[in-house]
Design a protein around this ligand. Structure first.
Ligand code: PLP
Length: 440
């Protein structure tokens, strides 16, 4: 009798620990083994081996494309998000790149309509690198979902935005954009890096969810990784927009991806991810290492506990900052008022919380610098989602080279401070914030 409980019967917290793996079939090891192997012996019937290479049968070939440790991470996270399947890659940046480029037609005219509030390197990827590859990025305002529709045409391959933008925490109206996308036949891709478990883009209609797993999923600031998740909410069946999903793909021997999945078991749940894996991941080499996958699996086991504690701590810190006379304003989803509140309420599972990222404003650049130079507990780093509390003064670090007008349009001012609250005793974090503020 199989001792394996189907992940469909598991709650989120249980899936984080159990989905996709019971024990090693030979040794019965309970921890997921690290299959630190580049290749897999091609023994047995050569016709069967050829079928694996021709994507007619499941199987392991080469770790740049597929790896057993990584596959468990992928299956586990797909179960957590209630998705069809997931693909793990080298970093969050690779996840964004592959998720979007997989939709391109390879013909002039492809464009992506993107939220104007984006993580800086997503902005660079879209507005510089994609442009060089012939894919145009068009900047829309998530506060006006209709602006996405106005900028779209019959060659728009995706709408893209962050569930809560990093660092300004502008909420993305996922349900409204998914609805527009479905009506026009355009896939909505949502970067949910800052709010795993807090926000469920799949249940709001997003086609694809991406993550920098480097952040909360890893949780300990040790490992880079990314995830692309197919929520199975969308058919890529518009032949003008998505010809490579609807015509033979010469990048893999003239395969028709929507037919290929029917021949497969393990990899048959998502034509979108099968295509990403077998062409873009194969060709860019943006593979995650088996050891990194193991580290992220470790992170997943405690993700729900960390998220809940980080959200609780962040809510306390945000209220403290809101009442402090040296703080001009505080952005935190849990404190949002006005018309954004409805969107926040739609996005978050309040049982988990409102996320752990906070942005607050000090008077000017000098105040921001003084604050950073006087903290003792929090780490001044340009990272997000560590178990430790992290703090950044964007103008002194990530945004030093961004022209003032451009960064202010993106909501980053001279005195902006980004906090990512950790799991410490919250009073210790508040004492450190007081130390920084008292020095101003
Ligand atoms: N998306 C968001 C929202 C991020 O904050 C980051 C990194 O900070 C990335 C993507 C890129 O992730 P990575 O650093 O893992 O490449």
């Amino acid at each position: 009798m199989s001792r394996y409980l189907p992940s469909s019967q598991m709650s989120t917290e249980t899936a984080l620990l159990h989905a996709g793996y019971r024990h090693d079939p030979v040794t019965k090891a309970v921890a997921v083994p690290i299959y630190q192997s580049t290749a897999y012996e091609l023994d047995g019937d050569l016709a069967r081996i050829a079928d694996i290479y021709n994507v007619k049968e499941d199987g392991f070939t080469y770790t740049r494309i597929i790896n057993p440790t990584t596959r468990i991470l992928e299956q586990r996270y797909a179960a957590v998000d209630g998705a069809a399947d997931a693909l793990a890659v080298a970093s969050g940046q690779a996840a964004t790149f592959l998720a979007l480029v997989n939709l391109c037609s390879g013909r002039p005219g492809d464009n992506v309509v993107v939220s104007k509030f984006l993580y800086g390197n997503s902005w660079n990827l879209l507005f510089n690198t994609f442009k060089r590859l012939g894919i145009e990025a068009r900047s829309a305002d998530p506060r006006e979902p209709s602006s996405f529709e106005q900028l779209a045409d019959n060659r728009t391959i995706a709408f893209f935005g962050e569930a809560f933008s990093n660092p300004c925490l502008i909420p993305l109206p996922i349900a409204a954009l998914a609805e527009i996308g479905k009506r026009l036949g355009i896939a909505l891709v949502v970067d949910n890096t800052t709010t795993p478990l807090v926000c469920r883009p799949a249940s709001l209609g997003a086609a694809i969810t991406t993550y920098s797993a480097t952040k909360y999923i890893c949780g300990h600031g040790t490992t880079l990784g990314g995830l692309v998740v197919d929520n199975k909410n969308f058919d890529f069946d518009d032949p003008v927009r998505y010809p490579l999903f609807n015509e033979p793909d010469e990048a893999h021997g003239g395969i028709l991806w929507r037919d290929a999945v029917h021949k497969l078991g393990d990899l048959g749940a998502s034509a979108y991810l099968l295509k990403t894996r077998m062409t873009w991941l194969r060709d860019t080499g943006a593979a995650i290492s088996p050891f990194a996958s193991f580290q992220l699996i470790q992170g997943l086991e405690t993700l729900h506990l960390r998220m809940q504690r980080q959200c609780e701590n962040a809510a306390v810190v945000a209220s403290f900052l809101q009442q402090h006379p040296k703080v001009r304003s505080v952005s935190y989803p849990g404190l949002t008022t006005g018309r954004d509140r409805e969107i926040v309420d739609e996005l978050v599972d309040a049982r988990v919380g409102h996320g752990a990222m906070i942005m607050f404003e000090l008077d000017d650049e000098a105040a921001g610098r003084t604050f950073i130079q006087n903290i003792r507990l929090m780490y001044h780093v340009s990272n997000v989602g560590d178990a430790r509390t992290l703090v950044t003064h964007p103008v002194s670090t990530t945004h030093t080279t961004v022209p003032k007008a451009q960064r202010e349009a993106a909501g980053i001012f001279d005195g902006s401070i980004r906090l990512c609250v950790g799991i410490e005793t919250v009073n210790d974090v508040i004492d450190d914030i007081k130390r920084g503020l008292d020095a101003i």
